[in-house]
Design a protein around this ligand. Structure first.
Ligand SMILES: C[S@@+](CC[C@H](N)C(=O)[O-])C[C@H]1O[C@@H](n2cnc3c(N)ncnc32)[C@H](O)[C@@H]1O
Length: 389
């Protein structure tokens, strides 16, 4: 239904759930605002506005850092809000890191976009920005159904005046000017530590949200749970005058899948260079992406009985060729790791180390972050230690 908010921007394809349903059954009963004790120190907090849905309480809690003027609105269960507030406090007064030469400009067919006036090197951090709003997807959907405008007003009204202006000037998509539409058009899925409540979350980063989507993007965004920041890094060298782009959904989707996803989830038809290429070029890209998916499935499904080192090496070579062509390198850490094990299994320690190092580097570059999933890094460290022994 139109009340269901779905499919927010999907970032790191390895660590985030593909889609979050924002739809929650049942009606809302709103409660009168409850007063909680104010935050200590230099952070002030508004009294939370709460609603109860099916015996679960969701509150809008806003904290402002009096020193920096930064504010953060949180829509979450009370336990989760405490954990998120702790991250806000721990992150201190992290400034917006904005690479010199970036400009928000009108771009053809896509409203505004982020353009760089100077060249950027592969792997450079382009943008590092704090969250302005963190919302439980479930809580936000509940609030959306409550028709209690008070709740949504609080998300914005309790932010600092400067932050309010920034948030309310964002793209509304096709909808009217409301925080609901702003979140739907601009928020990213963000997986964070929420005190074991286990909700899905969406986060709003106003500058990052000026970056348009492309199906072969030149940049990659990843969420840093520990500091509630979003980091955008260059996937390749970017030339002066180029628009910065990221992928909002999984990066390896085929044409029809992507068009559907962007229509359903964000309500736009993608006009990126890959989607507006010739039919032949789109078909060629789709074919490579289908083969990429097939190869990875075969590799993942290998068992001790079907294990064949030569076959694996040949398949991985093909995976890497397709990846280079289609710009899928952020997905390859598992493939590098697989090769490391194949070579280690054949006593080829030098090659094994090379691939293990490459896998680790790829994870640290694009996936693993402070407070985020880093089991893979630990596993690779153990492998490297064994190879070095
Ligand atoms: C997160 S905002 C991006 C910034 C936005 N263009 C602005 O003016 O603030 C998402 C919106 O930008 C537009 N957009 C982003 N990527 C696009 C693409 N590849 N093709 C067409 N429109 C796109 C759509 O209107 C979408 O709803």
């Amino acid at each position: 239904s139109s009340q269901c908010l779905s499919a927010q921007h999907l970032l790191s394809q390895n660590q985030l759930p593909l889609r979050q349903s924002w739809c929650v059954d049942g009606d809302l009963e709103t409660e009168s605002p409850r007063v909680l004790s104010k935050m200590e120190g230099s952070v002030s907090s508004h009294e939370p506005v709460c609603v109860e849905v099916k015996e679960k309480e969701y509150c809008i809690h806003t904290a402002s850092d009096l020193g920096s003027g930064h504010s953060l609105s949180i829509v979450a269960r009370p336990t989760a809000a405490d954990a998120i507030l702790a991250a806000f406090l721990a992150s201190g007064t992290t400034p917006l890191l904005y690479k010199h030469g970036l400009e928000i400009r009108s771009v053809p067919d896509k409203g505004k976009g982020l353009v760089t006036a100077i060249s950027i090197k592969k792997k450079e951090t382009i943008l590092l920005e704090r969250a302005y709003v963190v919302a439980s997807a479930q809580g936000f959907a509940n609030a959306a159904r409550s028709q209690d405008q008070l709740l949504f007003d609080a998300v914005v009204d309790q932010l600092s005046v400067v932050d309010q202006e920034v948030v309310m000037s964002l793209d509304m998509g096709l909808g009217n000017k409301s925080i609901e539409n702003i979140m739907k058009t601009n928020a990213f899925a963000c997986q964070l530590e929420d005190g074991s409540v286990g909700d899905g979350y969406i986060c709003l980063f106003p500058s990052v949200s000026r970056i348009n989507h492309a199906c072969q993007p030149n940049a990659h965004a990843r969420f840093i749970p520990k500091t509630l920041q979003m980091e955008v890094k260059a996937l390749r060298d970017i030339g002066a005058g180029e628009e910065i782009s990221i992928s909002y959904d999984k990066i390896d989707l085929k044409y029809a899948e992507r068009q559907q996803s962007y229509k359903d989830g964000w309500n736009f038809s993608c006009t990126c260079s890959l989607c507006t290429a010739s039919r032949a070029d789109i078909a060629g890209s789709d074919e490579r992406r289908a083969r990429f998916a097939q190869l990875r499935k075969m590799l993942e499904n290998l068992t001790a009985d079907t294990y064949d080192a030569q076959q694996i090496v040949a398949w991985e070579k093909e995976v890497m060729e397709i990846s280079a062509r289609e710009g899928l390198d952020v997905l390859l850490a598992a493939d590098y790791e697989r090769l490391a094990y194949v070579y280690a299994g054949h006593g080829m320690v030098r090659d094994a180390k090379l691939w293990a190092e490459k896998a680790k580097e790829s994870l640290l570059e694009w996936v693993a972050v402070e407070g985020g999933p880093n089991n893979e890094v630990r596993r690779l460290d153990a492998l490297l230690a064994e190879l070095n022994a």
